[in-house]
Design a binder for this molecule. Structure first.
Ligand SMILES: Nc1ncnc2c1ncn2[C@@H]1O[C@H](COP(=O)(O)OP(=O)(O)OP(=O)(O)O)[C@@H](O)[C@H]1O
Length: 341
């Protein structure tokens, strides 16, 4: 029954928050250790997780198996046209360290399996190309890192320390209630290649600490792409935005073997993820107060508010409530066991 409900739900055009689940393949280390696979896709909307207390089933808007390609994922998460049509769209990846967030959002290092970000860059300019006789387009982007609850402009190289200090980015709201990143440098791009070059420049400026996992990103990456278009027939102007976010991994501080600033890092990540969970949970259960101000990450998420305001009623809060449960455990410094996930 739940499945049917989810199915009907997904078909509704007003559904504004969608939660997808992607199962990543077993890696070589796991295979060598003979690790058991505990997550199984039942159908396109549900997964089964083997827990010490028996099997548990979870529902999503869509489930991607370990065989799903980057292309499959991009096709189904394709919201690029909406951003070009003037909507604010946000796609973010959430999960434990090593679960495949960066792979899904960015891709592999060899660039053989590009993720959602580079595919989006291409799709934006493909759509622009198709419509250039009817519209004039302007594409600009800012790229930010949220590290230890501080927003850093990734277009400013960390080498120029003084410059980085003066360019402190703050989340502000304009008179119309639209949230923007004050102090963030915005750069224009006129091709997918240019946008990708900006992205590479931004990535080179990120903080990556080799604590628990060398590849682990200890900061949240926020890529904001603004697409402005002018209708050449009637002169009307519209402006949409695509926000692509690669969140830092959620794992408890103790497991990372973290000390001092690394511990601060882990706590800060958990704090911001926990604040994000609180916001999503408040939105989905229609609470009158949504605690946006609790962290920079959620201040950023206020942009989502405009979209979700009308949609709150329709949001299926099951997965989100579960996410919230995990996050509050993390917040309280408790262990999140496999059966919880
Ligand atoms: N669907 C997939 N297919 C093939 N390899 C994958 C897939 N998902 C993840 N991987 C590989 O698993 C490893 C960990 O993935 P990734 O770095 O994306 O995790 P993460 O969730 O971003 O971790 P962190 O929170 O530490 O940044 C990487 O080597 C990545 O290439």
């Amino acid at each position: 029954d739940i499945k049917k409900e989810v199915l009907q739900y997904s078909g509704r055009p007003e559904r504004k928050i969608r939660v997808f689940c992607r199962i990543r393949p077993v890696n070589q280390t796991e295979a060598a250790q003979g690790s058991a696979v505990v997550v199984e896709k039942i159908d396109d909307y549900s997964v089964n997780v083997e827990t010490p207390r028996g099997p548990r089933e979870f529902q999503f808007d869509q489930v991607f198996s370990a065989q799903a390609t980057q292309e499959d994922l991009f096709q189904d998460a394709n919201l690029i046209q909406s951003a070009i049509d003037g909507y604010n769209v946000c796609i973010f990846a959430y999960g434990q360290t090593g679960s495949g967030k960066t792979y899904t959002m960015v891709g592999d290092k060899e660039r053989k399996n590009s993720g959602i970000m580079p595919r989006s860059f291409n799709a934006i300019f493909d759509i622009i190309q198709e419509n250039k006789t009817k519209f004039n387009f302007k594409v600009s982007a800012y790229m930010l890192e949220l590290y230890n609850d501080r927003l850093q402009d990734l277009f400013v190289s960390p080498g120029g320390e003084g410059l980085a200090q003066s360019k402190r980015v703050e989340i502000k709201r304009n008179r119309k209630g639209v949230v923007f990143a004050q102090g963030a440098e915005t750069k224009e791009a006129s091709s997918a290649q240019q946008l990708y070059a900006l992205f590479q420049q931004a990535c080179a400026n990120r903080h990556i600490a080799a604590t628990m996992n060398v590849e682990s990103s200890r900061s949240h990456l926020i890529v904001g792409i603004k697409v402005e278009s002018k209708n050449l027939t009637n002169g009307s102007i519209s402006s949409g935005k695509l926000s692509l976010v690669d969140l830092a991994g959620s794992e408890r501080a103790a497991k990372t073997g973290a000390k001092d600033h690394k511990l601060k890092e882990a706590n800060s990540i958990n704090k911001s993820l926990s604040a994000l969970g609180d916001v999503i949970s408040a939105l989905s259960s229609e609470l009158p107060h949504v605690p946006y101000r609790n962290s920079k990450l959620t201040q950023y998420a206020t942009r989502v508010k405009a979209i979700t305001n009308n949609a709150q009623r329709f949001v299926d809060s099951k997965e989100i409530a579960h996410l919230k449960e995990i996050i509050s455990k993390l917040k309280a410094g408790q262990t999140v066991e496999e059966e919880d996930i």
